[in-house]
Design a protein around this ligand. Structure first.
Ligand SMILES: Cc1cc2nc3c(=O)[nH]c(=O)nc-3n(C[C@H](O)[C@H](O)[C@H](O)COP(=O)(O)OP(=O)(O)OC[C@H]3O[C@@H](n4cnc5c(N)ncnc54)[C@H](O)[C@@H]3O)c2cc1C
Length: 448
Protein backbone atom coordinates (compact mmCIF):
# COMPACT_ATOMS: atom_id res chain seq x y z
CA UNK A 1 0.00 0.00 0.00
CA UNK A 2 1.50 3.43 -0.94
CA UNK A 3 2.58 5.62 1.98
CA UNK A 4 -0.12 8.26 1.37
CA UNK A 5 -2.89 5.62 1.29
CA UNK A 6 -1.60 4.24 4.61
CA UNK A 7 -1.82 7.74 6.13
CA UNK A 8 -5.36 8.20 4.75
CA UNK A 9 -6.38 4.86 6.25
CA UNK A 10 -4.88 5.72 9.62
CA UNK A 11 -6.49 9.18 9.74
CA UNK A 12 -9.89 7.97 8.57
CA UNK A 13 -9.99 5.04 11.01
CA UNK A 14 -9.23 7.37 13.88
CA UNK A 15 -11.89 9.84 12.71
CA UNK A 16 -14.49 7.08 12.30
CA UNK A 17 -13.71 5.63 15.73
CA UNK A 18 -14.08 9.06 17.39
CA UNK A 19 -17.29 9.77 15.48
CA UNK A 20 -18.97 6.47 16.24
CA UNK A 21 -19.10 7.40 19.94
CA UNK A 22 -22.28 9.33 19.13
CA UNK A 23 -25.32 9.12 16.86
CA UNK A 24 -26.28 11.90 14.36
CA UNK A 25 -29.72 13.42 15.13
CA UNK A 26 -31.43 11.91 12.09
CA UNK A 27 -30.53 8.35 13.10
CA UNK A 28 -31.32 8.75 16.80
CA UNK A 29 -34.18 6.29 17.36
CA UNK A 30 -35.15 7.92 20.63
CA UNK A 31 -36.68 10.68 18.50
CA UNK A 32 -39.66 10.49 16.14
CA UNK A 33 -37.47 11.39 13.15
CA UNK A 34 -35.02 8.57 13.94
CA UNK A 35 -37.85 6.03 14.31
CA UNK A 36 -39.67 7.08 11.18
CA UNK A 37 -36.54 7.29 8.99
CA UNK A 38 -35.40 3.91 10.31
CA UNK A 39 -38.63 2.33 9.07
CA UNK A 40 -38.49 4.23 5.77
CA UNK A 41 -35.09 2.64 5.12
CA UNK A 42 -36.64 -0.81 5.57
CA UNK A 43 -39.73 -0.26 3.43
CA UNK A 44 -39.38 1.64 0.17
CA UNK A 45 -43.15 2.02 -0.38
CA UNK A 46 -43.49 3.69 2.99
CA UNK A 47 -40.48 5.93 2.22
CA UNK A 48 -42.08 7.08 -1.03
CA UNK A 49 -45.40 7.90 0.65
CA UNK A 50 -43.71 9.54 3.64
CA UNK A 51 -41.62 11.89 1.51
CA UNK A 52 -44.64 12.71 -0.70
CA UNK A 53 -46.58 13.55 2.45
CA UNK A 54 -43.79 15.69 3.95
CA UNK A 55 -43.41 17.52 0.65
CA UNK A 56 -47.08 18.49 0.50
CA UNK A 57 -47.55 18.97 4.27
CA UNK A 58 -46.85 22.76 4.58
CA UNK A 59 -49.58 23.48 2.02
CA UNK A 60 -52.24 21.53 3.96
CA UNK A 61 -54.07 24.30 5.75
CA UNK A 62 -56.90 22.42 7.47
CA UNK A 63 -57.10 19.28 9.60
CA UNK A 64 -59.49 17.80 7.04
CA UNK A 65 -56.81 18.19 4.37
CA UNK A 66 -54.21 16.52 6.59
CA UNK A 67 -56.61 13.64 7.33
CA UNK A 68 -57.49 13.03 3.70
CA UNK A 69 -53.84 13.02 2.64
CA UNK A 70 -52.87 10.55 5.36
CA UNK A 71 -55.70 8.28 4.26
CA UNK A 72 -54.65 8.51 0.65
CA UNK A 73 -50.92 7.95 1.26
CA UNK A 74 -50.78 5.57 4.21
CA UNK A 75 -54.05 3.59 4.43
CA UNK A 76 -52.90 1.12 1.82
CA UNK A 77 -53.19 -2.67 1.88
CA UNK A 78 -49.52 -3.15 1.01
CA UNK A 79 -48.19 -0.91 3.80
CA UNK A 80 -47.61 -2.87 7.00
CA UNK A 81 -46.70 -0.17 9.45
CA UNK A 82 -45.23 -1.01 12.87
CA UNK A 83 -47.59 -0.15 15.72
CA UNK A 84 -45.73 2.99 16.93
CA UNK A 85 -45.87 4.53 13.45
CA UNK A 86 -49.44 3.36 12.77
CA UNK A 87 -50.55 4.97 16.02
CA UNK A 88 -48.83 8.25 15.23
CA UNK A 89 -50.11 8.52 11.67
CA UNK A 90 -53.41 6.74 11.44
CA UNK A 91 -54.72 8.04 14.77
CA UNK A 92 -54.76 11.41 12.99
CA UNK A 93 -57.54 10.11 10.76
CA UNK A 94 -59.73 8.49 13.36
CA UNK A 95 -62.56 10.35 15.13
CA UNK A 96 -61.75 11.50 18.64
CA UNK A 97 -58.06 10.55 18.58
CA UNK A 98 -57.47 12.87 15.64
CA UNK A 99 -57.98 15.97 17.82
CA UNK A 100 -54.86 14.96 19.74
CA UNK A 101 -52.95 13.23 16.97
CA UNK A 102 -53.00 16.01 14.37
CA UNK A 103 -51.30 18.64 16.58
CA UNK A 104 -48.73 15.97 17.60
CA UNK A 105 -48.04 15.14 13.95
CA UNK A 106 -47.65 18.84 13.06
CA UNK A 107 -45.24 19.25 15.96
CA UNK A 108 -43.19 16.26 14.81
CA UNK A 109 -42.91 17.51 11.23
CA UNK A 110 -41.92 20.99 12.40
CA UNK A 111 -39.35 19.39 14.69
CA UNK A 112 -38.00 17.39 11.74
CA UNK A 113 -37.69 20.59 9.66
CA UNK A 114 -35.97 22.39 12.53
CA UNK A 115 -33.16 19.82 12.49
CA UNK A 116 -32.15 21.09 9.03
CA UNK A 117 -33.54 24.66 8.93
CA UNK A 118 -32.20 27.00 11.58
CA UNK A 119 -34.96 29.63 11.70
CA UNK A 120 -37.66 31.42 9.70
CA UNK A 121 -35.54 34.58 9.35
CA UNK A 122 -32.12 35.87 10.37
CA UNK A 123 -33.43 37.32 13.62
CA UNK A 124 -35.05 34.01 14.48
CA UNK A 125 -31.86 32.09 13.56
CA UNK A 126 -29.41 34.48 15.23
CA UNK A 127 -29.29 32.51 18.51
CA UNK A 128 -28.55 29.29 16.62
CA UNK A 129 -25.81 31.00 14.59
CA UNK A 130 -24.03 32.19 17.72
CA UNK A 131 -24.49 28.77 19.33
CA UNK A 132 -22.88 27.13 16.27
CA UNK A 133 -19.96 29.60 16.47
CA UNK A 134 -19.56 28.90 20.21
CA UNK A 135 -19.37 25.17 19.47
CA UNK A 136 -16.29 25.90 17.32
CA UNK A 137 -18.01 25.92 13.92
CA UNK A 138 -18.35 28.78 11.41
CA UNK A 139 -21.29 29.12 9.02
CA UNK A 140 -22.37 29.99 5.54
CA UNK A 141 -26.01 31.05 5.28
CA UNK A 142 -28.42 29.79 2.65
CA UNK A 143 -31.74 31.57 2.17
CA UNK A 144 -34.36 28.97 1.29
CA UNK A 145 -36.45 29.55 -1.79
CA UNK A 146 -34.71 28.47 -4.95
CA UNK A 147 -36.09 29.00 -8.47
CA UNK A 148 -37.90 32.34 -8.55
CA UNK A 149 -41.13 32.03 -10.52
CA UNK A 150 -41.61 35.75 -11.19
CA UNK A 151 -39.44 38.85 -11.40
CA UNK A 152 -41.20 40.19 -8.32
CA UNK A 153 -40.04 37.13 -6.40
CA UNK A 154 -36.51 37.37 -7.87
CA UNK A 155 -36.20 40.99 -6.70
CA UNK A 156 -37.48 39.99 -3.27
CA UNK A 157 -34.76 37.30 -3.08
CA UNK A 158 -32.10 39.83 -4.11
CA UNK A 159 -33.27 42.24 -1.40
CA UNK A 160 -33.22 39.40 1.15
CA UNK A 161 -29.61 38.48 0.31
CA UNK A 162 -28.52 42.12 0.69
CA UNK A 163 -30.36 42.44 4.02
CA UNK A 164 -28.82 39.16 5.15
CA UNK A 165 -25.30 40.56 4.63
CA UNK A 166 -26.31 43.71 6.54
CA UNK A 167 -27.72 41.69 9.44
CA UNK A 168 -24.74 39.32 9.61
CA UNK A 169 -22.38 42.28 9.72
CA UNK A 170 -24.30 43.60 12.76
CA UNK A 171 -24.43 40.20 14.49
CA UNK A 172 -21.02 38.62 14.03
CA UNK A 173 -18.60 41.27 15.44
CA UNK A 174 -19.75 40.54 19.01
CA UNK A 175 -19.00 36.82 18.72
CA UNK A 176 -16.06 35.48 20.73
CA UNK A 177 -12.65 35.44 19.00
CA UNK A 178 -11.77 31.94 17.74
CA UNK A 179 -8.35 31.53 16.11
CA UNK A 180 -9.24 28.45 14.04
CA UNK A 181 -12.35 30.13 12.64
CA UNK A 182 -11.11 33.71 12.30
CA UNK A 183 -7.80 33.02 10.51
CA UNK A 184 -6.42 30.98 7.66
CA UNK A 185 -2.70 30.63 6.86
CA UNK A 186 -2.75 34.02 5.09
CA UNK A 187 -4.55 36.10 7.72
CA UNK A 188 -7.98 37.04 9.01
CA UNK A 189 -11.02 35.70 7.14
CA UNK A 190 -14.59 37.06 7.21
CA UNK A 191 -17.11 35.73 9.71
CA UNK A 192 -19.89 36.74 7.32
CA UNK A 193 -20.40 34.09 4.67
CA UNK A 194 -23.42 33.43 2.44
CA UNK A 195 -24.37 30.98 -0.31
CA UNK A 196 -26.44 32.25 -3.24
CA UNK A 197 -28.53 30.36 -5.81
CA UNK A 198 -28.66 32.07 -9.22
CA UNK A 199 -32.06 30.50 -9.99
CA UNK A 200 -33.46 32.55 -7.09
CA UNK A 201 -32.37 35.80 -8.74
CA UNK A 202 -33.59 35.50 -12.32
CA UNK A 203 -37.00 33.98 -13.02
CA UNK A 204 -36.31 33.73 -16.77
CA UNK A 205 -32.88 32.13 -16.53
CA UNK A 206 -32.35 29.49 -19.19
CA UNK A 207 -29.44 28.09 -21.19
CA UNK A 208 -31.58 28.54 -24.32
CA UNK A 209 -31.31 32.29 -23.83
CA UNK A 210 -27.67 32.14 -22.74
CA UNK A 211 -26.25 35.65 -23.25
CA UNK A 212 -29.29 37.44 -21.87
CA UNK A 213 -29.42 35.06 -18.90
CA UNK A 214 -25.77 35.86 -18.10
CA UNK A 215 -26.26 39.58 -18.44
CA UNK A 216 -29.51 39.80 -16.40
CA UNK A 217 -28.25 37.51 -13.64
CA UNK A 218 -25.03 39.54 -13.37
CA UNK A 219 -27.15 42.67 -12.90
CA UNK A 220 -28.90 40.90 -10.01
CA UNK A 221 -25.68 39.70 -8.39
CA UNK A 222 -23.71 42.98 -8.64
CA UNK A 223 -25.53 44.70 -5.71
CA UNK A 224 -24.99 41.56 -3.61
CA UNK A 225 -21.25 41.52 -4.38
CA UNK A 226 -21.09 45.29 -3.71
CA UNK A 227 -22.66 44.85 -0.29
CA UNK A 228 -20.37 41.88 0.38
CA UNK A 229 -17.29 43.99 -0.49
CA UNK A 230 -18.52 46.77 1.78
CA UNK A 231 -19.31 44.46 4.72
CA UNK A 232 -16.49 41.93 4.28
CA UNK A 233 -18.61 38.91 3.46
CA UNK A 234 -17.72 35.76 1.51
CA UNK A 235 -20.21 34.85 -1.23
CA UNK A 236 -20.41 31.39 -2.79
CA UNK A 237 -22.50 30.71 -5.87
CA UNK A 238 -24.15 27.34 -5.18
CA UNK A 239 -24.27 24.85 -8.04
CA UNK A 240 -27.78 23.71 -8.94
CA UNK A 241 -29.12 21.48 -11.75
CA UNK A 242 -26.88 20.61 -14.70
CA UNK A 243 -29.00 22.91 -16.88
CA UNK A 244 -27.57 25.92 -14.99
CA UNK A 245 -23.98 24.67 -14.64
CA UNK A 246 -22.37 26.48 -17.60
CA UNK A 247 -24.39 29.61 -16.87
CA UNK A 248 -23.22 29.63 -13.24
CA UNK A 249 -19.58 29.30 -14.31
CA UNK A 250 -19.89 31.99 -17.01
CA UNK A 251 -21.62 34.42 -14.65
CA UNK A 252 -19.02 33.84 -11.94
CA UNK A 253 -15.99 34.32 -14.21
CA UNK A 254 -17.50 37.29 -15.98
CA UNK A 255 -18.19 39.09 -12.67
CA UNK A 256 -14.67 38.32 -11.49
CA UNK A 257 -13.32 40.12 -14.57
CA UNK A 258 -15.20 43.35 -13.89
CA UNK A 259 -12.97 46.17 -12.68
CA UNK A 260 -15.40 46.93 -9.85
CA UNK A 261 -14.66 43.51 -8.34
CA UNK A 262 -10.94 43.39 -9.12
CA UNK A 263 -10.17 43.71 -5.40
CA UNK A 264 -13.00 41.42 -4.20
CA UNK A 265 -11.20 38.41 -2.76
CA UNK A 266 -14.23 36.75 -1.18
CA UNK A 267 -16.02 35.13 -4.10
CA UNK A 268 -16.45 31.40 -4.44
CA UNK A 269 -18.19 28.78 -6.54
CA UNK A 270 -19.38 25.22 -5.99
CA UNK A 271 -18.33 22.31 -8.24
CA UNK A 272 -20.01 18.88 -8.32
CA UNK A 273 -17.92 15.70 -8.49
CA UNK A 274 -20.82 13.56 -9.80
CA UNK A 275 -20.66 15.42 -13.13
CA UNK A 276 -18.45 13.98 -15.84
CA UNK A 277 -17.72 17.57 -17.05
CA UNK A 278 -16.35 18.90 -13.79
CA UNK A 279 -12.69 17.99 -14.29
CA UNK A 280 -12.63 20.07 -17.48
CA UNK A 281 -14.53 22.91 -15.77
CA UNK A 282 -12.09 22.94 -12.87
CA UNK A 283 -9.08 23.00 -15.20
CA UNK A 284 -10.65 25.94 -17.07
CA UNK A 285 -11.30 27.76 -13.82
CA UNK A 286 -7.68 27.24 -12.71
CA UNK A 287 -6.43 28.56 -16.07
CA UNK A 288 -8.75 31.54 -15.73
CA UNK A 289 -7.37 32.32 -12.26
CA UNK A 290 -3.78 31.96 -13.50
CA UNK A 291 -4.34 34.24 -16.49
CA UNK A 292 -6.30 36.89 -14.59
CA UNK A 293 -4.22 36.66 -11.42
CA UNK A 294 -7.20 35.72 -9.22
CA UNK A 295 -7.67 33.48 -6.23
CA UNK A 296 -11.19 32.16 -5.62
CA UNK A 297 -12.90 29.77 -3.22
CA UNK A 298 -14.00 26.41 -4.62
CA UNK A 299 -16.38 24.31 -2.57
CA UNK A 300 -16.15 20.75 -3.83
CA UNK A 301 -19.36 18.72 -3.34
CA UNK A 302 -20.59 15.45 -4.83
CA UNK A 303 -23.92 16.89 -6.04
CA UNK A 304 -27.44 16.95 -4.64
CA UNK A 305 -29.59 16.31 -7.72
CA UNK A 306 -28.40 12.85 -8.75
CA UNK A 307 -31.83 11.20 -9.13
CA UNK A 308 -33.29 14.20 -10.97
CA UNK A 309 -30.36 14.50 -13.43
CA UNK A 310 -30.73 10.87 -14.43
CA UNK A 311 -34.49 11.09 -14.86
CA UNK A 312 -34.34 14.30 -16.96
CA UNK A 313 -31.60 12.93 -19.19
CA UNK A 314 -33.60 9.71 -19.68
CA UNK A 315 -36.86 11.55 -20.42
CA UNK A 316 -35.21 13.78 -23.04
CA UNK A 317 -32.99 11.11 -24.54
CA UNK A 318 -29.87 13.08 -23.57
CA UNK A 319 -26.62 11.48 -22.52
CA UNK A 320 -26.54 11.30 -18.74
CA UNK A 321 -24.29 14.04 -17.23
CA UNK A 322 -23.70 12.22 -13.91
CA UNK A 323 -21.76 9.09 -13.03
CA UNK A 324 -24.07 6.11 -12.50
CA UNK A 325 -21.87 4.34 -10.01
CA UNK A 326 -21.30 5.82 -6.54
CA UNK A 327 -17.66 4.71 -6.49
CA UNK A 328 -17.04 6.68 -9.71
CA UNK A 329 -18.35 9.84 -8.02
CA UNK A 330 -16.21 9.14 -4.94
CA UNK A 331 -13.12 8.49 -7.09
CA UNK A 332 -13.76 11.69 -9.06
CA UNK A 333 -14.10 13.61 -5.78
CA UNK A 334 -10.60 12.45 -4.85
CA UNK A 335 -9.21 13.28 -8.31
CA UNK A 336 -10.70 16.79 -8.18
CA UNK A 337 -9.53 17.29 -4.57
CA UNK A 338 -5.99 16.58 -5.74
CA UNK A 339 -6.28 18.98 -8.67
CA UNK A 340 -7.51 21.71 -6.32
CA UNK A 341 -4.70 21.08 -3.85
CA UNK A 342 -2.05 21.10 -6.58
CA UNK A 343 -3.34 24.56 -7.48
CA UNK A 344 -3.89 26.02 -4.04
CA UNK A 345 -2.14 29.23 -5.08
CA UNK A 346 -5.21 29.99 -7.22
CA UNK A 347 -7.94 28.09 -5.42
CA UNK A 348 -8.94 28.38 -1.75
CA UNK A 349 -10.23 24.87 -1.02
CA UNK A 350 -13.41 23.98 0.83
CA UNK A 351 -14.16 20.26 0.95
CA UNK A 352 -17.88 19.78 1.53
CA UNK A 353 -18.79 16.22 2.41
CA UNK A 354 -19.90 14.04 5.31
CA UNK A 355 -17.87 11.13 3.96
CA UNK A 356 -14.95 10.37 6.25
CA UNK A 357 -12.97 8.68 3.45
CA UNK A 358 -13.41 11.64 1.03
CA UNK A 359 -12.46 14.17 3.71
CA UNK A 360 -9.48 12.18 5.03
CA UNK A 361 -8.10 11.90 1.50
CA UNK A 362 -8.28 15.70 1.08
CA UNK A 363 -6.77 16.37 4.51
CA UNK A 364 -3.80 14.04 3.99
CA UNK A 365 -3.18 15.20 0.42
CA UNK A 366 -3.19 18.83 1.66
CA UNK A 367 -0.33 17.94 4.02
CA UNK A 368 1.59 16.48 1.08
CA UNK A 369 1.03 19.67 -0.93
CA UNK A 370 2.41 21.95 1.78
CA UNK A 371 -0.93 23.53 2.54
CA UNK A 372 -1.13 24.34 6.27
CA UNK A 373 -4.07 22.92 8.22
CA UNK A 374 -5.73 26.35 8.29
CA UNK A 375 -5.42 26.70 4.51
CA UNK A 376 -8.35 24.40 3.87
CA UNK A 377 -11.86 24.31 5.16
CA UNK A 378 -14.24 21.40 5.76
CA UNK A 379 -17.89 22.21 5.15
CA UNK A 380 -20.96 20.22 6.20
CA UNK A 381 -24.71 20.67 6.33
CA UNK A 382 -26.33 21.91 9.51
CA UNK A 383 -28.22 19.10 11.25
CA UNK A 384 -26.10 16.35 9.73
CA UNK A 385 -23.03 14.35 10.77
CA UNK A 386 -22.70 16.10 14.14
CA UNK A 387 -20.28 13.46 15.56
CA UNK A 388 -17.88 13.87 12.59
CA UNK A 389 -17.90 17.65 12.97
CA UNK A 390 -17.19 17.36 16.68
CA UNK A 391 -14.23 15.03 16.09
CA UNK A 392 -12.76 17.28 13.37
CA UNK A 393 -13.14 20.37 15.58
CA UNK A 394 -11.24 18.51 18.32
CA UNK A 395 -8.46 17.80 15.77
CA UNK A 396 -8.23 21.58 15.12
CA UNK A 397 -9.83 21.78 11.65
CA UNK A 398 -11.96 24.72 10.53
CA UNK A 399 -15.49 23.45 9.97
CA UNK A 400 -18.18 25.55 8.34
CA UNK A 401 -21.84 24.61 8.57
CA UNK A 402 -24.15 25.34 5.64
CA UNK A 403 -27.10 26.80 7.52
CA UNK A 404 -30.47 27.28 5.77
CA UNK A 405 -32.83 30.02 6.92
CA UNK A 406 -36.42 30.32 5.74
CA UNK A 407 -40.02 29.23 6.08
CA UNK A 408 -41.29 25.69 5.82
CA UNK A 409 -43.04 25.97 2.43
CA UNK A 410 -39.98 27.17 0.45
CA UNK A 411 -37.87 24.87 2.63
CA UNK A 412 -39.60 21.64 1.67
CA UNK A 413 -37.52 20.93 -1.45
CA UNK A 414 -34.39 21.34 0.70
CA UNK A 415 -35.78 19.16 3.51
CA UNK A 416 -36.82 16.36 1.15
CA UNK A 417 -33.36 16.44 -0.54
CA UNK A 418 -31.73 15.97 2.87
CA UNK A 419 -34.08 13.14 3.86
CA UNK A 420 -33.47 11.36 0.54
CA UNK A 421 -29.73 11.84 0.93
CA UNK A 422 -29.60 10.43 4.48
CA UNK A 423 -31.78 7.42 3.72
CA UNK A 424 -30.24 6.47 0.35
CA UNK A 425 -28.65 2.99 0.25
CA UNK A 426 -25.44 4.63 -0.95
CA UNK A 427 -25.25 7.27 1.79
CA UNK A 428 -21.99 7.22 3.73
CA UNK A 429 -23.82 8.46 6.84
CA UNK A 430 -26.48 5.73 6.62
CA UNK A 431 -23.83 3.05 6.09
CA UNK A 432 -21.75 4.39 9.02
CA UNK A 433 -24.40 5.15 11.63
CA UNK A 434 -27.48 3.11 10.73
CA UNK A 435 -26.41 0.03 8.74
CA UNK A 436 -23.05 -0.08 10.63
CA UNK A 437 -21.04 -1.32 7.67
CA UNK A 438 -17.52 -2.58 8.47
CA UNK A 439 -14.74 -0.03 8.68
CA UNK A 440 -12.63 -1.66 5.90
CA UNK A 441 -15.47 -1.40 3.38
CA UNK A 442 -16.44 2.14 4.37
CA UNK A 443 -12.95 3.58 4.18
CA UNK A 444 -11.44 1.76 1.23
CA UNK A 445 -10.01 3.72 -1.70
CA UNK A 446 -12.89 4.15 -4.18
CA UNK A 447 -12.52 1.87 -7.16
CA UNK A 448 -10.01 -0.44 -5.45
C1 LIG B 1 -21.56 22.59 2.84
C2 LIG B 1 -22.28 21.91 1.73
C3 LIG B 1 -22.74 22.64 0.66
C4 LIG B 1 -23.37 22.00 -0.42
N1 LIG B 1 -23.72 22.72 -1.51
C5 LIG B 1 -24.19 22.06 -2.60
C6 LIG B 1 -24.41 22.72 -3.83
O1 LIG B 1 -24.21 23.93 -3.99
N2 LIG B 1 -24.87 21.99 -4.89
C7 LIG B 1 -25.10 20.63 -4.79
O2 LIG B 1 -25.48 20.00 -5.79
N3 LIG B 1 -24.92 19.99 -3.63
C8 LIG B 1 -24.46 20.66 -2.54
N4 LIG B 1 -24.25 19.97 -1.38
C9 LIG B 1 -24.75 18.57 -1.21
C10 LIG B 1 -23.75 17.57 -1.71
O3 LIG B 1 -23.68 17.65 -3.12
C11 LIG B 1 -24.09 16.11 -1.37
O4 LIG B 1 -25.38 15.84 -1.79
C12 LIG B 1 -24.03 15.74 0.06
O5 LIG B 1 -22.99 16.38 0.71
C13 LIG B 1 -23.84 14.21 0.20
O6 LIG B 1 -22.56 13.82 -0.21
P1 LIG B 1 -21.47 13.26 0.85
O7 LIG B 1 -20.12 13.31 0.24
O8 LIG B 1 -21.68 13.99 2.10
O9 LIG B 1 -21.98 11.77 1.12
P2 LIG B 1 -21.78 10.38 0.35
O10 LIG B 1 -22.76 9.47 0.99
O11 LIG B 1 -20.37 9.95 0.29
O12 LIG B 1 -22.22 10.69 -1.13
C14 LIG B 1 -23.54 10.80 -1.54
C15 LIG B 1 -23.50 11.43 -2.90
O13 LIG B 1 -22.95 10.50 -3.87
C16 LIG B 1 -23.56 10.69 -5.13
N5 LIG B 1 -24.21 9.41 -5.52
C17 LIG B 1 -25.14 8.71 -4.81
N6 LIG B 1 -25.48 7.59 -5.47
C18 LIG B 1 -24.76 7.57 -6.63
C19 LIG B 1 -24.67 6.65 -7.73
N7 LIG B 1 -25.38 5.52 -7.78
N8 LIG B 1 -23.81 6.95 -8.74
C20 LIG B 1 -23.06 8.08 -8.72
N9 LIG B 1 -23.11 8.98 -7.70
C21 LIG B 1 -23.94 8.74 -6.66
C22 LIG B 1 -24.58 11.81 -4.96
O14 LIG B 1 -23.95 13.01 -5.33
C23 LIG B 1 -24.87 11.78 -3.47
O15 LIG B 1 -25.31 13.05 -2.97
C24 LIG B 1 -23.60 20.59 -0.34
C25 LIG B 1 -23.13 19.86 0.74
C26 LIG B 1 -22.47 20.49 1.77
C27 LIG B 1 -21.96 19.66 2.88
Amino acid sequence: MPKIEKEIQEFSKNLLAQSRNQIPSVFNKEWWIGKILDFSMKDKNFKLELFRFIDVFPTLTTNAHIRSHIEEYFKREDLRLPSHIRLGLLAATEGLTSTLAIPALKKNIHHMAKIFISGENTQDASKNLEKIWNSGIACTIDLLGEKAVSEKEALEHQKNYIELIEKLSELTPSWKENKSLDFNHEGRIPRNNISVKISALNSQISPVNYDESVSITKEKIRPIFRKAQEKNCTVYLDMEHYQLKNLTLSIFKSLMEESEFSQFKEAGIVLQAYLKDTEEDLKNLINFCQEKNKKVYVRLVKGAYWDAEQIWAGLNNWSCPVYLNKEDTDANYEKLSLLILENHHFIKPAFASHNIRSLSHAIIQARHHDLPQTGLEIQMLWGMAEPIKKALVSFGYRIRDYVPIGELVPGMAYLVRRLLENTSNESFLRQSFSDIKEEEKLLKKPGS
